[in-house]
Design a protein around this ligand. Structure first.
Ligand SMILES: O=C([O-])C(=O)C[C@H](O)[C@@H](O)C(=O)[O-]
Ligand SMILES: [Mg+2]
Length: 439
């Protein structure tokens, strides 16, 4: 794109939408539901406008998202790329297969019960980012400017620590990750040191709910000793009872920045919150606007971990931040298995949110494969906010094709759906997704 569209990019018509599912290498990371599979599905969305401008977006890539992305893409063709509000109306008209909506926890984000709206919003988010990227490129403006302008030049991220195996189970085709195992406090501290060395992270989150709470308390204590004063978080994804949650909060009160989703659901979180001074954060009991009144009314959470994939995009994320501000609740950001397009999108929106007091989560260091010509970089734990038009990233077509070919490969067909319990069964054949509360 050489010049700015004279009539204003917002009026540009979308002429094509390309959807490319990919499988991306994922290390053997543990969470309360099981183990990450060796490759994880993502969907790359390209929106092309009449002048040849191409915007990119990214979202979950499991079948239930692809089913909605196809019809949404068809509806978007011929519409104005700047009609971002219209995306929600278009998505409302896309039918969700009833079998996709159940009370089960959605493992691709561990975010409470699955609903048709949550599915639709996750798909809309990728389209919205692609449209914003295209619009920004057409207008010669960075995405943060389209959101009202940045209030900071860099966004801080925290080191996301996982219990992990050294490698995927025997016989499972996988990429080597070189991080080694982390199955005890010593391994967790070694992982934190390596992340801090490479990326400069100054705060850490440990994905818990994997081992009995005493072991995870010991790991957080070891982190506190290794990184005195660093903000620390522990997130068992709702695996604990109220009593266990209160006990862990008591034992770690002096070192935790916040405790993330210790117990499942707003009523349990509210009970825990009433019994501990440790702030509670969530990306599970508040993931839609409908869930806010009960959670805020009961003072169940002090930090909402927004995620533009959940909330329907960058503009909705800003709306969430405004609601949180009104109620004196902090916002930060949740993340899982995203690539550089989404990290760029997160950075743009985070740059525009006033009063961001907590470093945002990111899985990006674990996703060593990407679809960009240049990976995003962290300096002192921060990503610099790009002022280039759009998101400021460039798609690497060869990489995209290679990761798409892996997705097409029938040998990897079973991995097109994320299933942490199935991956765990390769290591522990008797494994079933644990009932909650697990401890
Ligand atoms: O609660 C969270 O922070 C997450 O769910 C983040 C990720 O989904 C993580 O738990 C994972 O992928 O195992
Ligand atoms: Mg969480």
């Amino acid at each position: 794109m050489d010049s700015v569209h004279p009539a204003g990019g917002a009026m540009l018509t979308v002429t094509d939408v390309r959807l490319t599912p990919v499988l991306v290498a994922d290390p053997p990371l543990l969470n309360t539901q099981g183990l990450h599979q060796p490759y994880t599905p993502r969907l790359i969305i390209e929106v092309e406008t009449e002048d040849g401008t191409v915007g990119v977006g990214e979202t979950y890539g499991d079948g239930k998202y692809l089913e909605l992305a196809g019809p949404l893409a068809a509806r978007l063709r011929g519409r104005g790329v700047g009609d971002l509000n219209g995306l929600f109306t278009l998505a409302d008209g896309v039918e969700v297969d009833g079998r996709r909506v159940d009370a089960a926890l959605d493992v691709g984000g561990l975010r409470g019960a699955q609903t048709a709206d949550k599915l639709r919003l996750s798909v809309v988010s990728g389209f919205e980012v692609a449209c914003l990227d295209a619009l920004g490129k057409a207008l010669g403006l960075p995405v943060h400017a389209l959101l009202g302008g940045k209030v900071r030049d860099a966004v801080e991220y925290s080191g996301y620590l996982f219990y992990k195996y050294a490698g995927h189970p025997d016989g499972v085709a996988a990429e080597e990750d070189g991080w080694g195992a982390a199955l005890d406090p010593r391994g967790v501290v070694a992982q934190a040191r390596a992340l801090a060395r490479r990326y400069g992270f100054r705060s850490f989150k440990l994905k818990g709910g994997v081992f009995p709470p005493e072991e995870e308390i010991a790991a957080v204590r070891a982190l506190a000793a290794a990184f005195p004063g660093a903000p620390l978080r522990l997130d068992p994804n709702g695996a604990w009872s109220v009593e266990t949650s209160v006990k862990v909060a008591e034992e770690l009160a002096d070192v935790l920045e916040y405790l993330e989703d210790p117990a499942l659901g707003t009523p349990a979180m509210a009970e825990v919150a009433a019994r501990t001074p440790v702030p509670l954060a969530t990306n599970m009991c508040v993931t839609t606007f409908e869930e806010i009144p009960e959670a805020f009314g009961k003072e169940a959470v002090r930090v909402v971990l927004s995620d533009h994939h959940y909330w329907g995009g960058l503009r909705r994320t800003r709306e969430l931040a405004a609601v949180c501000r009104t109620f004196g609740v902090d916002v930060s950001m949740h993340s899982n298995t995203h690539l550089g397009i989404s990290l760029a999108a997160m950075t743009h929106v985070a740059a525009t949110v006033p009063g961001l007091r907590h470093a945002c989560d990111t899985h990006y260091p674990w996703q060593t494969e990407d679809v960009l010509t240049e990976r995003l970089r962290f300096a002192h734990g921060c990503v610099t906010v790009s002022d280039a038009p759009g998101l400021g990233v460039e798609l690497d077509r060869d990489r995209l094709d290679a990761l798409h070919r892996r997705w097409l490969d029938e040998d990897f067909a079973a991995l097109r759906e994320r299933d942490d319990a199935a991956a765990m069964r390769r290591a522990e054949p008797e494994w079933v997704t644990p009932a909650v509360p697990r401890w």
